[in-house]
Design a protein around this ligand. Structure first.
Ligand SMILES: Cc1cc2nc3c(=O)[nH]c(=O)nc-3n(C[C@H](O)[C@H](O)[C@H](O)COP(=O)(O)O)c2cc1C
Length: 119
């Protein structure tokens, strides 16, 4: 079980986003993680669009929010959702050969979501 971590400093914009969100039933086990990885496949627009659209529909079903950034061959990713679902998704991400050199930047339980949409 992960220990609860302190909330990072909240910028005013983030406070606004959080305050607009309803309180989630799952907030007691809400997990946020951030990682980076290096793309191991072609990263042309159609490939990235397919990856994003597949991820979005799965994440919507699993009530996972976050963001996916891509630049210079690297993905940087934030995910937040129920602890069990985010850990399960991270397991899938670790097995996915479309990226490599995965580095986990941060992981911890949080009391509210920063991101309003699925990545
Ligand atoms: C950079 C990158 C980001 C991904 N993001 C997600 C995601 O947010 N949600 C998701 O369901 N799959 C995502 N995937 C795909 C997963 O790695 C995996 O293929 C998918 O979850 C199916 O997993 P499974 O085969 O274990 O069921 C991503 C893949 C890559 C390469």
């Amino acid at each position: 079980m992960l220990s609860r971590v302190a909330q990072p400093h909240m910028w005013p914009a983030e406070q606004t986003v959080s305050s607009r969100r309803p309180i989630l039933a799952s907030m007691s086990n809400l997990l946020r993680l951030m990682y980076a990885s290096r793309a191991a496949v072609t990263t042309d627009a159609p490939t990235l669009e397919l990856l994003v659209s597949e991820s979005r529909s799965r994440n919507e079903e699993a009530d996972i929010n976050g963001v996916l950034c891509f630049g210079r061959g690297y993905f940087v990713r934030a995910l937040e959702g129920s602890e069990a679902r985010v850990i399960s998704l991270f397991g899938s991400l670790l097995r996915d050969t479309r990226h490599q050199q995965r580095a986990l930047f941060s992981i911890g339980l949080v009391s509210s979501r920063v991101f309003r949409f699925g990545p």
